[in-house]
Design a protein around this ligand. Sequence first.
Ligand code: PLP
Length: 497
Amino acid sequence: MVNVRLVAMVLGFKLGAKVVTKSLFSLPALLRSQAIFKELICGTQRLGRFPVSTRILSDSFTVGHRPYLCGMEIKNPQTSQEAMTLENVHGAHNYHPLPVVLDRGEGVYVWDIEGKQYFDFLSAYSAVNQGHCHPRIVNAMTEQAQKLTLTSRAFFNSNLGKYEQFVTSFFGYDKVLPMNTGAEAVETAIKIARKWAYDIKGVPANQAKIITCSENFHGRTTTIVSFSTDGVATGGFGPYTPGFEVIPYNDLTALKAALEDPNVAGFLVEPIQGEAGVNTPDDDYIVQAHALCKAANVLFIADEVQTGIARTGALLATCGKCTCAGACERQPTFAKADVLILGKALSGGAYPVSAVLADNEIMGVIHPGQHGSTFGGNPVAAEVGIAALLVIDEEHLAQNARTMGERFREAMEQLASESDLIVKARGRGLLNAIIINDSPESSTAWDLCVAMKDNGLLAKPTHGNIIRFAPPLVITEDQMEACISIIRDTVLGFKRA
Ligand code: PLP
């Protein structure tokens, strides 16, 4: 079909240019040229498939004085349907969200545009561990936002050093390299490991290798998808970055064999594979893998973007099944990563804050100009990061995740024994999943999530037939019992399509 909008625009430019040339000598002609130009461009808006709305709403404002906006109104959608249509029409289709439009959140609850309340059992993929809009985090963010938001790292700022001292003490490292998103932090860790391999370990130039695991998820950048084993993540995005070897997850024999290569710089691993469906390895896997890396002089790089910051019932999932009552006690189950990657809940979901932590002999390989980000370590992020971690500590969220998680898994195991819809439940702390008794290609898990949504609880399938459950860690016993009832009733009353 001829693109009407394009034709009209080309015509508009041609005509506009002609009249503008003439109008160098005539003001009335110039004014006429603008009118013609605007009419043509705006006319194309009306000819388009999705006409600009003309509804006047109290919370809208018009920006029509700019020719390319042509009287368009910026307004808040008034219904969920309206909001979904806007996203569908104007946004890239790189996600497939559940049909619910969230408008407000507080603690474990979120509300849609129509005011229906839900329990959030995804927590923005474990970013909102501290609960939605935690007042302490929001205050830290808004107070700092009114004072100074961004300096770039071209200058010092009065917040960053304080945050760096706090976050390194909190996790027990010499240094932190602040970034924004999880994927950026993973990229940072990869660069640090490669640089360490050349500068310290003595790997020949461009030979450094990083070992990763099958079914990993570390983000979506070109380098990161280069070592993904998920065809959807990789398909159509080659050529891929070299220098990675993929071994099976939870396989110490495979790791031992891979570590024999003297050019290995690091082993990049998720202590529990969240995106893969809360793939929970043997209890001693992380400790043993850490020991193998130490023996081979290879950096043990833990991606705790999803598992970290109390989600699994310990401050870090590399703490294993710890029983710390308060602050991290460094129990025998703890494997201190050489390079620790954090993101998501480092801000409680308020702001993009990520970090890579390491001791001096490793972080020291990075010099000015070799890595950075305009927003990394900005004053708002620094204040948000401190507040988010204080909430974790002072509200004992690791301990709450541990006890609530035990109750949740017990209930899910009971449900699995009653319903042939569930194969099993797995997870640690409040990072859990149920495996649905159907193929990954089936719509059963999706349909079940839609039914749970209708009953007031939000969760999302991962890898087709697995449903992850990861509520905010501030969930109370009563709220947990209410959620278990919703899941039970939905599963037991569910009819397959
Ligand atoms: N690493 C892990 C383990 C993750 O789960 C994720 C996101 O889910 C990432 C990295 C990427 O984080 P981001 O989406 O903030 O880039």
